[in-house]
Design a protein around this ligand. Structure first.
Ligand code: PHE
Length: 439
């Protein structure tokens, strides 16, 4: 009997310990993060809620990247498999679905979310479980501050906000601005702050500041107050669902000022909601599908052929995030989560569709932004200029990357260092192909 119990407890502890090992995402189980079988990657986003085009584009971009990688033999001989979860665009759901991906599906890494508030809710789950999470497109600085397992392949909002403030002050010569922000989004609250800081630094004044909440439909009270102050420009750092309606209501109230925004406007849905009211209007964004660089046009063509729609910046960033992850798995020589995290965080000079991706010490990509002009008649965003972050040398023709290629091909290329140390390449500045040395 004693022996029986001994044997039983030995067997029991073996079972128990192997069960524990199995709980780790990096066990030898072929279907998880082991060394054989498909590599499971979790992807989460909104495909049914208020920002559903964000999740759809993200899913498409990742699918295209995985299909290309798998068609070429996979990563270290293994195929990439996407497990997608819809979070309906809410922080609560984002947290639930990432927990499922990490704990139940045992994915080796997670790609997502788009909206910063959703990434902020989900990131602690990935950090806690030590599963690398790369957000393709969340730009609020706090997202990667959650911890060393969280990174991103896009720029952050202190830069994005300053890009639009500089555009307002320098290009549009605006002296006064009003801001209408989304009080329910971390993204919008951050951009409000960063735009204001830079605009004031440049000598401008914010003469009116108002807020709304996601899913609001009537913005006339806020807009009427703004109208009476006669701001030169109106900055609306929100998501497309509300922005389209705001633009319409502003024009109905007789406000003809340029409307300025950020990447959150980027959706094919925007044109349906805002129509002709979206002019004059400008946004900061991550890339331009008009860029004639062959690597970008190849991507645009492949995406268009597969999904029958032009890739927006979400799709391009998602595609890049998937390729960065695959590259890191290759360099880590497997999916061990600590090694994979280190490989992701060491990403340098990765040639993405959205520019060259190098992660800094805070795991944020340091990249250029583009300013796009809205063209509602054609339902598209027209390229205006590329703006580089402080300290980043714009590529020269000889070290050509995507942005340079675009401008040199367009043969309308002026590069000036402006007074704020950020470098603007303006494609609209006549047929002038001189490049002035910076500084
Ligand atoms: N940057 C936005 C955020 O952080 C998300 C977004 C990115 C939306 C790119 C559209 C395009 O919330």
């Amino acid at each position: 009997m004693k022996n029986f119990f001994l044997a039983f407890s030995v067997i029991f502890s073996i079972v128990l310990s192997s069960a524990c090992v199995d709980k780790s995402a990096n066990s030898g189980n072929a279907s998880t993060g082991g060394d054989t079988g498909d590599i499971k990657v979790g992807v989460y986003g909104d495909t049914t809620g208020a920002t559903s085009s964000f999740g759809q584009s993200t899913k498409n971009g990742i699918q295209l990247a995985f299909d290309e990688i798998n068609a070429a033999g996979g990563v270290n001989g293994r195929k990439l498999q996407m497990i997608f979860e819809d979070d309906q665009g809410t922080p609560e759901k984002a947290k639930t679905v990432i927990s499922k991906l990490v704990n139940q599906d045992k994915v080796v890494a997670v790609l997502g979310e788009v909206a910063s508030s959703n990434s902020l809710a989900a990131a602690p789950v990935a950090q806690e479980a030590k599963i690398p999470m790369i957000t393709p497109s969340s730009t609020n600085p706090k997202v990667t501050e959650v911890g060393d397992y969280i990174s991103r392949v896009c720029f952050i909002d202190p830069f994005q906000g300053s890009v639009m403030a500089k555009f307002a002050a320098n290009t549009l010569k605006a002296k006064t601005a009003a801001i209408l922000g989304d009080n329910s989004s971390d993204y919008s609250k951050g951009l409000t702050q960063f735009f204001e800081q830079e605009f004031v630094k440049l000598g401008g004044t914010i003469i009116n500041k108002q807020t709304y909440a996601q899913k609001d439909q009537d913005f006339k009270a806020q807009l009427t107050q703004m109208r009476d102050q006669k701001p030169d420009v109106i900055y609306i750092p929100g998501y497309y669902g509300e922005v389209g309606i705001i633009a319409k209501q502003a024009r109905e109230l007789g406000m003809n000022q340029p409307l300025l925004g950020g990447d959150g406007w980027d959706s094919p849905e925007l044109w349906k909601l805002g129509g002709a009211a979206l002019k004059p209007a400008y946004i900061s964004n991550h890339y331009s599908a008009d860029n004639p660089a062959p690597e970008i046009q190849n991507f645009v063509k492949a995406y268009q052929a597969k999904f029958n729609v032009a890739p927006d910046s979400l799709a391009a960033l998602a595609y890049d995030s998937a390729k960065v992850l695959a590259d890191a798995i290759k360099r880590a020589n497997g999916t061990d989560s600590a090694k994979l995290k280190d490989a992701i965080n060491a990403t340098k000079n990765f040639a993405g569709v959205t520019g060259t991706i190098s992660l800094d010490a805070s795991r944020n990509a340091v990249k250029s932004a583009v300013v796009l002009e809205l063209n509602p008649a054609a339902s598209k965003f027209d390229f205006k200029e590329t703006i580089y972050p402080e300290g980043m040398t714009p590529p020269t023709a000889s070290t050509s990357n995507t942005n340079t290629t675009m401008n040199t091909n367009a043969m309308s290329n002026t590069m000036n260092s402006n007074s704020m140390n950020s470098n603007t390449m303006n494609s609209n500045s006549t047929m002038n192909s001189t490049m002035n040395a910076n500084k």
